[in-house]
Write a protein of this length. Structure first.
Length: 497
């Protein structure tokens, strides 16, 4: 079923091919102008349409009904049909992976001499051309150096660096790219629909992640999903086919991190390692799940939860590239995300104070890898009084702003027009002139930046309270009493309770 699907929906003309815009445009132009090269070199990752495009090219230039100014094959004439059915004598395909020797190329050279049986060109597609032996390359080189006018070569390779420069320089080269996920997604959804099934968007997203820009893999996985025979393919179905990490583990890990249960979060990662789960896949799947959750919270107007999930997602995405780099300890970035989340949330979300002694090692404000790593060892949290007065904090506020300028320039503006107005042990109150500035700093992630800055300057983790200038928090009680007094006076009443 899976390979059938790939063949069934194989693009039959230029317009059906997704991605590779510049390559299509150039080739179509050459076809229209009748200015073909004798040899083309298609380089790029596997499964992105190199041989498909090569066949379309062969079909187009041999199409019997094509107008000279048209660039698409008719797919109906005898020549097109023969190529589509794999029985054309005008199209010779050689898989160099299994035919790498000199003899195959000699045979090819004999064939090159013949005139096309039908149509105008004999097209030779040599796939995985880098596999040829050096003898075979030399023979091929002679052939493409002086080809007859009716012969056209299309060499395809995933490893162009293995080709002799002499071959490369003889060809018009095109570098194919991985397929863009948006176009791939549209295509997969369309195929599913044609096959009478619908597929959940998240499943398609996962599938595309798995396929890593390879159209052939993506369609092959889709084929397996469709062969389950379900009308609507959900995550649960996908779990039967996609070699994805266990959804339950993903949910458990997310919950542990959000609940600040660092021990569980870390031991779950250990479990992944023990079970040989592919860490990168786990992270990719986790990204998809967190995104789902975040979207849900936002559409439910739960902005606080949405914002926490946003931070989580953001941290995870930023660390994803590290997973591949850390071949020895690919799980380390996940651990860091967990610790970072727990620390950030411990310092910004909670209302109990969590000061860190001034003697704790200070993190220098240097950006770069590792700068946003663990800010302090977890074990160093203990309750100790901060003896900084509000005057000290105000005097050194510039230093705080400097730090923020480095790490989050947009926030430094907001804080530049704000003022620290009160400190009570580790509770620092900052006053803002505008409510919307206050809101910005109240955002979990931004607040964490401010806390980190404060910690960097003062060695203390402050619990930040914010007020906007219209509020008068210090005199609140007095005001309330005053109002009450006025009311009582006016109505000559008394407080009943
Ligand atoms: Zn045709």
């Amino acid at each position: 079923m899976s390979s059938t699907l790939y063949r069934k929906y194989r693009p039959q003309c230029f317009s059906e091919i997704i991605g590779q815009q510049h390559i299509k445009a150039t080739l179509e132009q050459e076809v229209k102008m009748n200015r073909l090269a004798h040899a083309y070199l298609f380089c790029g990752p596997r499964g992105v349409g190199k041989t498909t495009l090569a066949r379309i090219m062969a079909k187009t230039i041999n199409c019997q009904t094509r107008e000279s100014t048209a660039s698409e094959p008719c797919n109906e004439c005898e020549s097109c049909t023969a190529i589509n059915e794999g029985r054309s004598l005008n199209l010779i395909e050689i898989d160099a992976a299994s035919h790498r020797g000199i003899n195959e190329i000699r045979e090819l050279r004999e064939h090159v001499k013949f005139f096309p049986q039908q149509g105008l060109y004999n097209v030779f597609i040599i796939d995985e051309v880098h596999m040829l032996t050096s003898e075979a390359f030399n023979a091929l080189l002679k052939t493409i150096e002086e080809p007859p006018a009716h012969a056209l070569f299309i060499l395809a390779t995933t490893e162009v660096h293995k080709l002799p420069e002499t071959i490369i320089s003889r060809c018009q080269r095109f570098d194919f790219k991985k397929l863009p996920s948006t176009e791939l997604k549209t295509r997969l959804m369309a195929i599913a629909e044609k096959e009478g099934a619908s597929i959940e968007e998240d499943v398609v997203d996962t599938l595309i992640l798995r396929a890593e820009g390879c159209g052939r893999d993506a369609e092959s996985i889709l084929g397996q999903l469709l062969s389950l025979g379900e009308q609507r393919i959900t995550w649960e179905h996908a779990g039967l086919v996609l070699p994805r990490s266990d959804r339950v583990l993903i949910e458990q890990w997310i919950t542990a991190v959000l609940d600040k249960k660092i021990d569980s979060a870390l031991s779950l990662i250990q479990q992944l390692i023990n079970e040989g789960v592919d860490i990168e896949r786990f992270a990719q799947d986790t990204v998809i799940v967190i995104r789902q959750k975040m979207m849900q919270e936002i559409s439910d107007q739960n902005m606080d939860k949405g914002s926490i999930l946003f931070t989580f997602l953001d941290m995870l995405i930023q660390r994803m590239p590290d997973i591949r780099k850390m071949t020895e300890i690919p799980h380390l970035p996940l651990e860091l995300v967990a610790v970072e989340m727990v620390l950030n949330r411990a310092t910004s979300a909670s209302h109990h104070t969590n000061p860190v002694p001034a003697s704790a090692p200070q993190v220098p404000p240097t950006p770069g890898p590792g700068a946003a790593l663990i800010h302090e060892p977890l074990t160093q949290h203990h309750t100790e009084k901060s003896d900084h007065t509000i005057q000290t904090i105000q005097q050194r506020w510039e230093e705080v702003l400097d730090y923020i300028q480095h790490h989050a320039p947009s926030l430094s503006f907001v804080l530049g027009v704000a003022q620290p107005i009160a400190v009570n042990n580790t509770i620092l109150t900052i006053a803002f002139s505008y409510k919307f500035h206050q809101d910005i700093i109240n955002n979990q992630k931004n607040k964490a930046v401010v806390q980190q800055a404060l910690r960097n300057v003062f060695g203390v983790v402050y619990d930040i309270r914010t007020i906007a200038s219209e509020e008068k928090p210090i005199k609140t009680d007095t005001n309330k009493d005053d109002v009450l007094a006025v009311v009582l006076e006016t109505f000559e009443g008394a407080v009943a309770d």
